[in-house]
Ligand binder design. Structure first.
Ligand SMILES: [Zn+2]
Length: 386
């Protein structure tokens, strides 16, 4: 008993002194850190507020060098480098962070995400993809998946995009997934069509229809597939079915009908009549330029008199340069004026993205400018102004 009391009497003051020393050391260290780190933060912040990014970077670099453990400063510095377009320096900062063994799981995921952003902004999509993959299973998984999907869409890797959508966790994305999957399958079907793998294209279009029954694209692509196979009659019959169910598709479908298709239907007057009626009924409801052009083309093909009167009728409804130029061409009066009008109307026949204003003569389901899906109206530029 005496022995234990002696230890206690001796141990208590020693413990007290050690505790005091430890607290004093921590406190002094914290004082040093609190003095240097916040000063660097405030100085850097002041420079940033004054839009003096060079000076802010100098201050942060000095602070990071004198205290390499400061995680937040590394993030601030990396973000500044990236914003200034110095992607290699931003990458080095984030890679340096990731190399640290003492980094918390949350900060590690954050550094990984920032590194992926550096590569994305630098346009190094394959390296960005590699940087995003380790984020699976972390708190940043869903935003990493969104970024990965963006990369697959940019690189037209529809196979990977499809696989990713099957396991996406972001609720907001999930709501749009069926539409996106439908487009990915249609894109793959188009690739198959280009390689003349028509059976594969047909199977992909059937899948596209199954994932998004309300989507208008699979029906239109089906018409394209039949035309690619030279099955003109079936293509027109299918187009009539599609446009009956979804009248908004007729301008795009009518854009595919040219003289060769009407020639192919020559011995089927009933089908030609059906096409004529569909075009006419649609035009009466909505005066689409594509429908107008197809209407005149089919009436001329059927030998109907005054087919060109539709152009005059259209100009009466809308001041249309496209209709005027086409009418002039029919009259064959003055080739000089005809050429001038033709040149003036060409830009008016473009399609334009509603999101970014990108214009193209071909219709795009995904805008090459801003990557939005279905952002092109089926109207030509001239019709957007009226
Ligand atoms: Zn766009």
């Amino acid at each position: 008993m005496d022995f234990e009391w002696a230890w206690l009497l001796l141990g208590l003051p020693i413990a007290f002194i050690l505790g005091w020393l430890a607290s004093r050391l921590d406190w002094r260290q914290m004082r040093i850190l609190q003095r240097s780190a916040p000063r660097a933060y405030f100085q850097g912040l002041t420079y940033l507020l004054n839009e003096q990014q060079d000076q802010a970077i100098d201050v942060f670099v000095q602070a990071v060098q004198s205290d390499p453990d400061t995680v937040e400063l590394h993030f601030a510095l990396g973000s500044l480098f990236r914003r200034r377009g110095e992607y290699d320096r931003a990458v080095r900062v984030h890679e340096h962070l990731l190399a640290r063994a003492d980094l918390s799981a949350v900060d590690r995921a954050r550094a990984q995400w920032e590194l992926a952003q550096d590569f994305l902004k630098a346009g190094l999509l394959d390296r960005a993809e590699n940087a995003l993959r380790p984020l699976e299973g972390t708190t940043l998984e869903s935003q990493a998946q969104t970024a990965l999907l963006y990369i697959y869409e940019r690189t037209h890797d529809w196979e990977q995009a499809l696989r990713l959508t099957a396991r996406m966790t972001n609720e907001h994305e999930r709501a749009q997934l069926a539409g996106k999957q439908m487009h990915y399958l249609c894109e793959q079907a188009n690739e198959a069509m280009r390689q003349q793998a028509f059976d594969r294209a047909a199977a992909l279009l059937a899948q596209a229809k199954a994932v998004d029954a309300a989507g208008v694209r699979p029906g239109i692509e089906q018409v394209k597939l039949l035309l690619a196979q030279g099955q003109h009659r079936q293509a027109v019959e299918w187009a009539l079915q599609v446009s009956e169910k979804m009248p908004q598709t007729l301008p795009l479908l009518a854009g595919m009908w040219d003289g060769t298709i009407f020639d192919a239907l020559q011995d089927d007057q009933l089908l030609l009549q059906q096409v004529h009626t569909a075009l006419r009924v649609h035009y009466e409801t909505e005066a689409s330029l594509d429908v107008l052009l197809a209407l005149v083309a089919i009436e001329r093909h059927m030998g109907l008199p005054r087919a060109g009167a539709w152009y005059v009728e259209h100009i009466r409804r809308h001041p249309s340069l496209v209709a005027a130029a086409n009418w002039m061409e029919l009259q064959q009066q003055d080739p000089v004026i005809e050429r001038a009008l033709d040149k003036a109307m060409q830009p008016l026949l473009n399609y334009r993205c509603l999101h970014c204003g990108f214009e193209a003569r071909n219709y795009f389901w995904q805008c090459p400018g801003c990557q939005s899906w279905e952002s092109f109206p089926t109207k030509r530029v001239e019709e957007l102004h009226t």
